[in-house]
Design a protein around this ligand. Structure first.
Ligand code: KIV
Ligand code: ZN
Length: 563
């Protein structure tokens, strides 16, 4: 920002709360969750949802596990009213779910809202009026504090009067001093206590005081101070669920909510993926999964986050950013080689720990760079490692292992990694798992020129322990030859056969093999490392249904790569 522009902004006042308690608290249980996707989220959409789309979203929210869902502002528009009636008349609200409707503290709107919820088993009537000095001055034309408080009281009284007119509906009452975040705390308290005085909640008939961070003007610690201060001063605190409703103007919706919970709040309003006015509402997925990552159950099921995201993106026509916590396309992807290496090590060690725990309590999660196991929210490991020219050697080996069943010897990783990164670099783009496999096949597997092997026969000399006679047909520079050699294993015998045919300049320095999982299912993979007389050392890989032939092909591959 231009320095001369900055002069028009002012610091935000701190809260005088020297004995604040929240910094020493930790979050150890989940709040009551309330989704406001169908109201705050919907009203912020360039193209609001149709009734059909809202129905689908409502069903999604119920399946996730929300027990309180703000379904709209029925007095504001016919679609909103009709949606509310549809849910009630078609009996679409599960028994354990309470719908919530929002209404301004204006008489005709409150009356219309009660018509909308008639017949519901249980409903939260949420009234609000704006209380901040800025709103009082600008929006309400210099209204006084008393005038604003009286608006809240009049609304609360009308609601109290209307509750008995819908006796079949259990009505839960909620009040929000909208723009709480920049309201003087003593005035926010005055409005809330005035409404509490009208509604007279009891421990059996609780009400909700929602304290909206309507616009984030300041840092999350100040929000937490505001919440703790209110929790200490509200009348009948034991009969009240204090609710948070953060937005994200400063990008701190999640932080403000978490600190607000530490400050004593009982309930959280927010939306999936943080959809909402301007920079959005609180992202409930974010906060709930943060809690899960600390071992706290939330009652919300995000175990198939990709499907939830797909419904969300379809019906809202919004998109989830690639770096969005937990849900973004790239958040479980590591391009950097050192990260890939550490993740691979962490995942391997975890497998080992699980085997060692053998059915005992789940070992603590501890994989570098991954705060949670992506599989727990329906993300696959497939996406974890992606290869571009910035990646390191471990990543390629990881993909070949996880995706295609190749357990490459450690000392082969640099050789393969370099070749494949060079390819990514040359193509100037990322390579996917199948392209990596194809490149591995092309460069390192069953390479049969200039030398090839077409068949072989092994005779094991049982009298001489481990001695093997190898007779093979090789093709060298297009010419077929029969070769024979004796050794202490098939590979060694074949090397001697090659030496007998005059191909003498290499020696075997390492070897390993394994059954290939995935793919055809019946193949074996073998890896042979050869050292050339000039000092160069290279690995080759062979794949064949016969493990012995796989070994010979691996040797031939390494031999060819050394040419
Ligand atoms: O952000 C806000 O203040 C609101 C209120 C109406 C609760 O959405
Ligand atoms: Zn809001």
């Amino acid at each position: 920002m231009n320095p001369s522009a900055i002069t028009k902004y002012r610091p935000f006042p701190a809260v005088d709360l020297p004995d604040r308690q929240w910094p020493d608290r930790t979050i150890d249980r989940a709040p009551i969750w309330c989704s406001v996707d169908l109201r705050d989220g919907n009203q912020a959409l360039p193209q609001p949802m149709s009734i059909q789309e809202k129905l689908e979203f409502f069903d999604l929210l119920c399946r996730i596990g929300f027990k309180q869902i703000e379904i709209g502002f029925p007095s504001a528009a016919d679609t909103e009213f009709n949606f509310c009636r549809r849910l009630i008349e078609d009996d679409l609200i599960p028994d354990d779910v309470t719908i919530q409707i929002l209404v301004q503290t204006r008489e005709h709107l409150i009356r219309r809202s009660f018509e909308a919820i008639r017949g519901a088993r249980r409903a939260i009537v949420h009234i609000y009026n704006s209380t901040s000095p800025l709103q009082r001055r600008v929006t309400f034309g210099d209204a006084t504090r008393e005038e604003i408080r009286d608006i809240a009281v009049a609304g609360a009284e009308l609601v109290r009067e209307l509750v008995p007119t819908i006796p079949d509906t259990e009505v839960v009452l909620q009040y929000s001093p909208e723009s709480f975040s920049d309201t003087e705390l003593d005035f926010a308290l005055e409005c809330c206590n005035a409404v509490i005085g009208v509604w007279q909640p009891t421990p059996d008939k609780r009400m909700i005081i929602n304290l909206p961070d309507t616009v984030q003007w300041t840092t999350p610690n100040v929000h937490a101070d505001q919440i703790e201060w209110m929790c200490r001063h509200l009348d009948r605190r034991e009969c009240i669920d204090v609710s948070l409703h953060t937005h994200n103007d400063r990008g701190t919706g999640t932080a403000a909510t978490e600190l607000g919970l530490m400050a004593g709040a009982d309930r959280v309003e927010g939306t999936l993926f943080g959809n909402g006015e301007r920079t959005g509402n609180l992202d409930i997925v974010n906060v709930a999964l943060n809690m899960n990552s600390h071992g706290i159950p939330t009652g919300l099921d995000f175990s198939d986050l990709p499907s939830i995201r797909a419904v969300y993106e379809r019906v809202t026509r919004m998109s989830v950013a690639e770096r969005q916590p937990y849900a973004g396309e790239l958040v479980f992807t590591a391009f950097s080689g050192s990260h890939q290496d550490a993740i691979k090590k962490g995942l391997d060690r975890r497998q080992k720990e699980i085997r060692e725990a053998a059915g005992d309590a789940s070992p603590a999660w501890g994989v570098p760079y991954l705060t949670i196991d992506p599989q727990d929210i329906g993300r696959s490991y497939e996406a974890i490692i992606r290869i571009n020219s910035q990646s390191g050697k471990g990543g390629v080996a990881y993909v070949l292992d996880r995706e295609h069943g190749f357990d490459l010897p450690k000392t082969m990783h640099p050789q393969v990694g370099k070749r494949i990164y060079d390819l990514a670099d040359a193509q100037g783009r990322e390579l996917d798992a199948d392209e990596i496999r194809d490149a591995f096949h092309r460069f390192f597997t069953n390479v049969d020129r200039p030398l090839g092997v077409s068949d072989y026969e092994l005779v094991h000399h049982t009298s001489e322990k481990g001695r093997v006679d190898c007779t093979a047909t090789i093709v060298i520079d297009g010419e077929e030859r029969r070769v024979e050699g004796l050794g202490n294993g098939p590979i060694n015998a074949f090397v001697h056969a090659l030496e007998n045919a005059g191909l003498k300049d290499v020696k075997v320095t390492d070897y390993r093999s394994h059954a290939l999982h995935g793919g055809s299912g019946s193949d074996a993979a073998a890896y042979v490392q050869l050292q050339h007389d000039d000092g160069r050392i290279l690995w080759g890989c062979g794949i064949d249904p016969s493990i012995e032939m796989a070994g010979l092909k691996a040797l031939v591959t390494a031999w060819n790569l050394l040419r």
